[in-house]
Design a protein around this ligand. Structure first.
Ligand code: G3P
Ligand code: CA
Length: 348
């Protein structure tokens, strides 16, 4: 593979001769996706419009909202079933039926809350464009943000919703109908739908067929090696699904990094399945590079990252799509963007 070599973020060329089109060991041969895990959640409160907007500005290919359902049936971006960890629900609304579960509160009530996490609520050089950047957003609001960016720039950033109630038919159907209404309809729209339930993923595929949709489907879980080959541990059932069975309806698998091996990636690719690793949480350039480069070399197709800018820089440093000297401006631009990131992070 001809590519730029990044060592301690000093970018040097690996070219002994003019380069050809960049080649990756991904399923498509294209650069891996930079997936903004809960937005730019290393810098701003997770699952907020500000975190998603910053991730888009940092170069995310796709943004990930986990989804929960409110008491009155709205999909909102929220990882936990409870509002307690990431919002001030305890002081503003108090407990409801013995819990702080999203399902106990209406959207109007949830909109009175503020998302507060250890990530802080500002990032150097970034000013949120929206009036209330740290409220719990609806899935619709996340898609509106992405669509506005795509319309303004011509980019094709996708959304990567996760059905956090894995086997819920109602939630699965609602996610897809909302995506369809917003134009995230086919794989060309660069979107995935994900769930920790293989059955839920199969249901998503069936509902898509019914609705005439073709977004990519990812099954989440832990990689497992069994006597029959590689599989994915399925949370809801406690069973292991073989990759060959998942390949019948899924486009990819989202796999816990601690369980993943390069052999698993090869096996998945042999079956036409993309592999997305979760979650990269390195907050320094050096640590991010050390953790992510080997997976890029192994052919990982998408990286769930809390630090969009760092993963974007690493992926971009692997790209050199045109021969020198025509590629020189791109290389210099890459070096320049790394310098900008370094300055921003120093300022932070
Ligand atoms: O969806 C991929 C990854 O986000 C799974 O873990 O718990 O962060 O949703 P979690
Ligand atoms: Ca998730």
């Amino acid at each position: 593979m001809f590519r730029l070599i990044v060592t301690g973020f000093a970018v040097a060329t690996a070219f002994a001769a003019p380069s050809f089109a960049a080649s990756f060991n991904t399923l498509s041969g294209e650069a891996p996706l930079v997936i903004a895990h809960r937005g730019a959640s290393g810098y701003l409160p997770e699952h907020t419009l500000a975190a998603y907007e910053l991730a888009i500005q940092m170069g995310a290919d796709i943004v990930e909202p986990d989804l929960q359902t409110t008491k009155d049936g709205h999909l909102v971006a929220m990882h936990d079933s409870s509002l307690a960890r990431t919002t001030n629900v305890e002081t503003v609304l108090g407990e409801r039926n013995g819990s702080y579960n999203v399902s106990e509160y209406t959207l109007a009530e949830i909109k009175t809350l503020t998302v507060e996490t250890s990530a802080g609520n500002s990032y150097p050089g970034y000013t949120p464009s929206m009036a209330e950047p740290f409220k719990v957003p609806t899935f619709q609001e996340v898609m509106d943000l992405v669509k506005a960016h795509n319309t303004a720039t011509g980019d094709k950033i996708g959304v990567y919703p996760e059905a956090k109630v894995p086997s819920a038919e109602t939630m699965n159907r609602q996610i897809l109908t909302e995506m369809q209404a917003n134009g995230f309809t086919t794989r060309e729209d660069n979107s995935f739908v994900q769930t920790f339930s293989a059955q839920g993923a199969a249901d998503l595929a069936a509902i898509q067929d019914e609705l005439g949709m073709d977004n990519q489907i990812a099954v989440l879980g832990y990689a497992q090696l069994t006597a029959e080959g590689f599989g994915v541990y399925d949370y809801p059932t406690g069973t292991i699904n073989q990759l060959a069975d998942l390949a019948l309806f899924a486009d990819g698998v989202g796999v816990n990094l601690g369980s993943l091996t390069s052999e698993f990636i090869v096996a998945a690719h042999d079956l036409g399945l993309a592999v997305h690793g979760w979650t990269f949480n390195q907050s320094t350039e050096e640590d991010a590079l050390a953790a992510q480069q080997a997976w890029i070399d192994a052919g990982m197709d998408g990286l769930f990252t809390n630090y969009t800018d760092l993963t974007r820089a690493i992926v971009d440093a692997n790209v050199s799509a045109v021969p020198l000297p025509a590629g020189l401006p791109l290389m210099l631009a890459g070096v320049g963007s790394l310098a900008v990131i370094r300055r921003r992070r120093k300022a932070a």
